[in-house]
Design a protein around this ligand. Structure first.
Ligand code: GDP
Ligand code: MG
Length: 163
């Protein structure tokens, strides 16, 4: 079985960090500056015994289509179209923002399997924030730490169930 998963979410939630961990190389640019991933990046991901293509995207932002952020949004929508499943990432420390809700709705409308990931969930503070993800209507959030490598067994199980 060969399939593609797109990593979607607003800037700075840790999409590129997750991409790098799944691919096992530093292919994606990780930066504190939101929206640093301007171009789509694809890599060969490994999660448990699953091998698939993963697409890293720039953060979703609401904006004028002519602007840079508009192009990043178009690129994200193309990545959603090209994927078989979506990792929708929120920041467990920040909780759910209006931007997360807006694009959560967009991802839901795509009608593809979505796995909701509450990233930066290392420690108790992160787990508390992850609860806010429940009312996005995207299923139960998986508490993850892309940076520290926590929660990947659960992510594997969820992906298996979603496919
Ligand atoms: P992107 O804009 O969504 O691609 O986010 P990045 O992967 O560039 O990460 C944005 C910031 O969040 C960086 O400073 C990362 O080091 C940090 N970050 C990413 N994953 C985690 C995590 O699991 N825990 C914590 N505490 N920080 C993280
Ligand atoms: Mg990025």
């Amino acid at each position: 079985m060969t399939f593609t998963v797109a990593i979607i979410g607003r800037p700075n939630v840790g999409k590129s960090t997750l991409f790098n961990r799944l691919v096992g190389k530093k292919l994606a640019l990780v930066d504190d500056q939101p929206g640093v991933t301007r171009d789509r990046r694809a890599g060969d991901a490994k999660l448990g015994d699953l091998n698939f293509t993963v697409i890293d995207t720039a953060g979703l932002e609401e904006s004028d289509a002519a602007s840079l952020t508009g192009r990043m949004r178009a690129q994200t929508e193309a990545a959603i179209d090209d994927s078989d499943a979506i990792f929708f990432v929120i920041d467990a420390r920040t909780g759910v923002t209006p931007e997360d809700r807006h694009f959560g709705a967009l991802v839901r409308r795509a009608g593809k399997p979505v796995i909701l990931i509450a990233n930066k969930a290392e420690g108790r503070v992160g787990y508390a924030g992850a609860y806010e993800g429940f009312d996005l209507g995207l299923g139960d959030p998986i508490a993850l730490s892309a940076e520290h490598g926590d929660g990947f067994a659960e992510l594997f199980t969820s992906l298996l169930e979603a496919l």
